[in-house]
Design a protein around this ligand. Structure first.
Ligand code: FES
Length: 117
């Protein structure tokens, strides 16, 4: 439910993408086992190269477990709240070009709604 009584300030970033980089030392499934760190670094470099980084634009952030491990590796884009399950850096290229640059959701990479922890 939206609280309409709380004033909201304009966003500092137009979009935020958070990558789960969680690593479980006990061998349980986690995004870190599936190239999450490389994907995060690739995304950060691409956003910077494309001139999309900074205030009013895009911020690429690390996150701990986002509680959707079954769909991992996952990343989520706000303010839309769009969840992605990616496989490789080509998928990250597409998310950057389509969603972060042009605001178009990459339908084929959406995390299925039923996948949680
Ligand atoms: S380990 Fe990545 S969402 Fe839980």
């Amino acid at each position: 439910m939206t609280d309409t009584t709380t004033p909201t300030a304009p966003g500092y970033f137009a979009r935020h993408i958070f990558f789960c980089l969680n690593e479980r030392p006990n061998g349980e499934a986690c995004c870190a086992q599936h190239g999450a760190k490389a994907a995060f670094e690739h995304c950060k470099a691409l956003v910077k190269e494309a001139g999309l980084a900074g205030p009013g634009q895009v911020r690429v952030n690390k996150a701990g477990c986002l509680d959707r491990c079954a769909g991992g590796p996952v990343a989520v884009v706000y303010p839309e709240g769009t969840w992605y399950s990616y496989v490789d850096t080509a998928d990250i290229d597409e998310i950057v070009e389509s969603h972060l640059k042009n605001g178009q959701v990459v339908e084929r990479l959406l995390t299925p709604a039923e996948l949680g922890r």
